[in-house]
Design a protein around this ligand. Structure first.
Ligand code: PLP
Length: 383
């Protein structure tokens, strides 16, 4: 039989058949009224998901392109920025800012723990010339999500902008862009949005536009002023990824049909079931409950087994793909994504495969122990 893949990594994630279907339509011109109509629909639906009245744009690039757009349009050489780093993706903001000549204050937090708001407040008080604070909504490398409401409150009292990497969070975890004072939100298509890679969706506040007006950094493809100009006619400055736009339109329909709030609740339940199962199996979770990501769970491999050996068995024997650890977490943790087009039975598959793989590796995990805990969460019987 052809290999049936169980893709449980934090991007690319599985794509629903309806979205695949939408993307296989014949090509049409991106300067046509048809495209403008679809583009308009997409923007309206994205505003709903992001809970924003700010300008929203869809860029044809992976998520990192959206991050670069934010940095290139906001940061002028020599300006001071604060970057909050609690994992691999936080580091990306630092690297980008350095590359655009910023004076970077990198504030590190223990990997696996969220941003400490008091530390941020202190940095902002000590450095009133900070122009922007770069943060990560859902730190995919550790499975932590940060309290953006608190962070937004702290930053909104200053002249600094809050620029948020929401690439793996948005679409799966509730984000109140306006209420939480997020000036630029960056997201991507291949995570909770259930699409192939290739799009970055971003929002830009009026506070951010004030800064962008005076931008001095060189940028061309990602020039947001040009992007905004084209948007007046629901156009794009350059040829967009037309098929992916069609896919985005369809995936947003699925999200809205399910109910944005139901989507968020679904992810929380998938997280709760996964964590209950891991706990019941006697494995160690990397994160505490209060900051545990609804879309990805990080787990330490048992002491005598490398996380990558475990992943290899899962892939070879069961065709299940989990993500590994990055940087200092390599071979120490594995990560199960329950993100986007994921439901109860995906968690059941993941846990069942994990129990079998651990037994293949002679690790004493009782078959069914994790499964039972997950099933109890789904049946509402978990205390
Ligand atoms: C996946 C991811 C990125 C990188 O996005 P690309 O689409 O690979 O460029 C950035 N930040 C976070 C939090 C991510 O999960």
């Amino acid at each position: 039989m052809p290999q049936k893949e169980y893709l449980m990594i934090p991007g690319p994630t599985p794509v629903p058949p309806m979205v695949m279907n939408a993307m296989s339509q014949p090509m049409f011109g991106h300067r046509s009224p048809e495209f403008a109509e679809i583009h308009k629909n997409i923007i309206e639906k994205l505003k709903l998901v992001f809970q924003t009245q700010n300008d929203v744009f869809v860029l044809s690039s992976s998520g990192t392109g959206g991050m670069e757009a934010a940095v290139a349009n906001i940061i002028n050489p020599g300006e001071k920025v604060l970057v909050l780093v609690g994992g691999k993706f936080g580091e990306r903001w630092s690297e980008l800012s350095y590359n655009y000549g910023a004076q970077v204050i990198q504030q590190d937090f223990t990997w696996g723990e969220p941003v400490d708001i008091n530390v941020v407040k202190k940095e902002l008080a000590n450095n009133p010339d900070i122009k922007a604070v770069f943060a990560t909504f859902n730190e995919t490398s550790t499975g932590v999500f940060n309290d953006i409401e608190k962070l937004g409150k702290a930053v909104s009292n200053t002249n600094a902008l809050l620029i948020l990497d929401g690439i793996s969070g948005a679409g799966g975890i509730e984000i109140k862009t306006d209420e939480w004072n997020v000036d630029i939100l960056v997201t991507g298509s291949q995570k909770a949005f259930m699409l192939p890679p290739g799009l970055a969706m971003i929002s830009v506040s009026s506070k951010a536009w004030e800064k962008i007006k005076n931008k001095k950094s060189p940028c061309y493809y990602f020039d947001l002023l040009k992007t905004r100009k084209s948007m007046e006619k629901y156009n794009t400055a350059y040829t967009p990824a037309v098929s992916l736009f069609l896919g985005l339109n369809a995936s947003l329909d699925l999200i809205i049909e399910e109910g944005v709030n139901n989507v968020f609740q679904r992810h929380i339940q998938l997280r709760n079931a996964t964590r209950a199962a891991i706990d019941a199996m006697g494995l160690k979770l990397m994160t505490e409950n209060y900051c545990a990501s609804p879309v990805i769970t990080s787990i330490y491999a048992p002491k005598n087994i490398g996380a990558d050996d475990l992943r290899k068995v899962l892939k070879q024997q069961y065709n299940i793909s989990f993500a590994g650890g990055q940087a200092q977490l390599k071979n120490k943790i594995f990560r199960i994504a329950h993100m986007g087009f994921a439901d109860k039975m995906d968690v059941i598959t993941a846990i069942s495969g994990l129990e079998m793989a651990l037994n293949n590796l002679n690790s004493p995990v009782e078959l069914g122990s994790g499964l039972k805990a997950a099933q109890e969460v789904f049946l509402g019987r978990h205390k």
